[in-house]
Write a protein that binds this ligand. Structure first.
Ligand code: ADP
Ligand code: ADP
Length: 223
């Protein structure tokens, strides 16, 4: 069963003086429960493709369907709600809010839903337990190591129980030991919960642990 369907996607970035074809006619089906990695040299379009899959950016041409929903049919408000329910995001630089405690960071995605404070606390606590960080709930992000920050970011990504996780170089800022820990958590989410995961990485060792590798070059899929 297909979870993410990209059909003939083009992305052109235009400024006053230059036009960049960042994605050149990519079609890709990602199955429910698949763990896919995306590799390729800097500037080949990896982040752009991930942002299009994550409905953070619109393609210039082509169609994006998520769980059979043609996303071009959704207005902005519906799209935001759909994104919040279906997708969790993880970034290389964590994107945590430094003046919110760990628990409050993790609760953030739930603020856009109709849940009570008690429910939010419960779900956030469970998410932090899943990433092995329940002993850091009252800490601030600045008091954590890089690996711990990324685990908080994973907890925030999974707190709303999304079916899809999109990770943009989640281990890029970590040494190999911490990177491996993060990778283990992602593998567990995929295997135990059946979460569909798409991960951009520069690390062949990480990519090897996933189900399938897509390689990009100059905006085109070459493998
Ligand atoms: P990668 O993630 O593989 O490093 P990106 O998706 O970030 O590549 O970028 C793909 C291409 O699109 C690059 O040539 C980059 O310079 C260009 N690009 C990315 N974002 C923008 C933008 N906002 N405006 C103009 N060009 C962009
Ligand atoms: P690592 O060696 O894994 O990068 P650190 O040496 O940065 O980890 O941190 C070791 C432990 O100390 C971590 O569990 C972290 O939560 C805690 N810690 C680090 N910095 C602070 C701080 N400024 N305040 C409170 N706890 C901290």
């Amino acid at each position: 069963e297909v979870m993410i369907r990209l059909q003939n996607i083009n992305k052109v970035y235009r400024t006053d003086t230059v036009e960049t074809l960042a994605i050149n006619n990519i079609s890709l089906n990602i199955d429910k429960g698949e763990f896919l990695s995306i590799m390729g040299p800097s500037g080949c379009g990896k982040s752009t493709l991930l942002n299009i899959m994550g409905l953070l950016d619109n393609p210039t041409k082509g169609e994006v369907s998520i769980d059979k929903q043609d996303t071009t049919k959704l207005n902005d408000k519906k799209l935001a709600a759909f994104r919040n329910r279906k997708l969790g995001f993880i970034f290389q630089s964590y994107h945590l809010i430094n003046d919110l405690k760990v628990l409050d960071n993790v609760e953030l995605p739930l603020l856009y839903r109709n849940s009570t404070a008690k429910e939010r606390r419960q779900l956030a606590t469970e998410a932090l337990e899943k990433v092995g960080l329940s002993n850091r709930m009252k800490h601030f992000p600045t008091q954590l190591s890089g690996g711990q920050k990324q685990r908080v970011a994973i907890a925030r990504a999974i707190v709303g129980q999304p079916e899809i996780i999109l990770a943009d170089e989640p281990t890029g800022n970590l040494d190999s030991a911490m990177g491996n820990e993060i990778m283990e958590i992602l593998l567990q989410l995929n295997e135990r919960d059946g979460t569909t995961i798409v991960m951009v990485t520069h690390d062949e060792n990480m990519a090897r642990k996933t189900h399938r590798l897509v390689r990009l070059f100059d905006g085109s899929q070459v493998q």
